[in-house]
Write a protein that binds this ligand. Structure first.
Ligand code: MN3
Length: 195
């Protein structure tokens, strides 16, 4: 059983003007697809054939880890956005953000600073670790599961994620993600599953 590129959870034009169909053509159709193709090439017919993505991420190193982790990261990232996203979290998620950051404004400021401050390619995350919410950044393909944390939200800050729509303006991309695109329902679902 080989790995497959997941279908986007919305039409590729659905996040315009904040994230364009051209960005999805490249980011989902070419970059993410290439990670899946390389992951399959590295696993098929090898000792890794038939292993789950979680198992490969937990055990593999080097090139195989990078392809597997990038497949996870991008599959997760698409679900972190939705048409007419943004707004405010509610319920247990809102309570946890208030408890661990002081409030949504404080969370947004800390997440933005972390995402803008990640040097080079990588990811900004909201995670659950040790029963608390934390903001984390990872470089290249690295991800929270390698650091004892459960991912709740991610933002891709590789240049390929924003260069078509925002050129070099990473802070504007981050601000737009938080105010117009973020899917708090998905984050709340992940918090519920994290226990
Ligand atoms: Mn990417």
């Amino acid at each position: 059983m080989s790995f497959e590129l997941p279908t986007l959870p919305y039409d590729k034009t659905a996040l315009e003007p904040h994230m364009s169909a051209e960005t999805f053509d490249y980011h989902h159709g070419k970059h993410h697809n290439a990670y899946v193709t390389k992951l399959n090439a590295l696993t098929e017919g090898s000792e890794w054939a038939g292993k789950s993505l979680d198992d490969i991420i937990a055990s593999a190193e080097g090139g195989l880890f990078n392809q597997a982790a990038q497949h996870f990261n991008h599959s997760f990232f698409w679900k972190c956005m939705k048409p007419a996203g943004g707004g405010e979290p509610t319920g247990a998620l809102a309570d946890a953000i208030k408890r661990d950051f002081g409030g949504l404004d404080e969370f947004n400021a800390a997440f933005s600073a972390a995402a803008a401050g990640q040097f080079g390619s990588g990811w900004a995350w909201l995670v659950m670790r040790g029963g608390k919410l934390e903001i984390m950044t990872t470089g290249n393909a690295d991800l929270p599961q390698k650091h004892g944390a459960t991912p709740l939200l991610t933002l891709d800050v590789w240049e390929h994620a924003y260069y078509v729509d925002y050129r070099n303006a990473r802070p504007k991309y981050i601000e737009t993600f938080l105010s117009k695109l973020i899917n708090w329902d998905f984050v709340a679902e992940n918090l519920g599953n994290a226990g």
